[in-house]
Design a protein around this ligand. Sequence first.
Ligand SMILES: C[S@@+](CC[C@H](N)C(=O)[O-])C[C@H]1O[C@@H](n2cnc3c(N)ncnc32)[C@H](O)[C@@H]1O
Length: 297
Amino acid sequence: MTQARPFIKWVGGKTQLLDEVRKSLPRDFASRQHVTYVEPFVGGGAVMFWILQEYPNIERAIINDINQELIYTYRVIKENVEELIAVLAHFQDEYIPLAAEDRKAYFFEKRVCFNTKKTNPVETAALFIFLNRTCFNGLYRVNSKGEFNVPHGKYANPRICDVDNLHACSAVLQKVDILCGDFSETGRYAGPDTLFYIDPPYKPITETSSFTSYSKDGFNDEEQIRLRDFCVQISKDKALFVASNSDPKDVNPSENFFDTLYNHFIIKRVSAARMINSDASGRGAISELMISNVVNA
Ligand SMILES: C[S@@+](CC[C@H](N)C(=O)[O-])C[C@H]1O[C@@H](n2cnc3c(N)ncnc32)[C@H](O)[C@@H]1O
């Protein structure tokens, strides 16, 4: 069976950090029973797909995101994957043979269709995946009216309908409850056998690094503080958590925002190959914060 991996490209994908997440888990995690896994900002789900396949002792999972179309897509993959594959395969068969200009026109037609928000769940999910696969850099950005506005990308042969991976994702999602809302709503699942992996929109560390907005509501410092309060509360409820964020010290060594905010928790700095600037010179290994309440990590 194919190993399930994210079915979309998503800014902030954590594929490169999986090993650091593993090292942050309790040493006996694999042998714990009745574990519930909660991911309040699931995005592309790189950690969720990995952890649920790596640790079969996780009995149940809850994922959440504020992005409605993303969550509709997860639900369709869980419940109606065959119909989704049929629609996506049709889009792929129509798009791939077209010449460059015709591909662009096809993309814009589908973008308008997606933004009408009048499609049924299967069509919405198919459009969401199609646009993600064919838009510029797989970005998701919306304007002030909530309309997806990323331009067409120029991939020679984008994989629009990855049948094996969609089946594998659907299989993994069978034990997952899929919620759409604010992260705080997942707090009710906190308990002694619960692990939260928390990957919020990162605090921008340079003026230009906040190049994308996942939804019309931004995630500013007040939101970061609200998230810290959430971590305090789930810790009181005896849940374990591991959270990632950007490290503002990379740009300004005297910046102590997260060190102060999370001073009662364990903060590790790990190396991450991540793009921090939109120009090529900004690429390079920078550090990333892993914050947790797992004492033996
Ligand atoms: C950094 S991404 C997560 C990346 C993901 N872990 C991955 O590997 O692809 C952050 C996610 O938080 C979501 N988000 C933003 N504000 C939110 C909120 N208040 N509550 C829940 N989700 C939110 C965004 O839609 C986005 O998908």
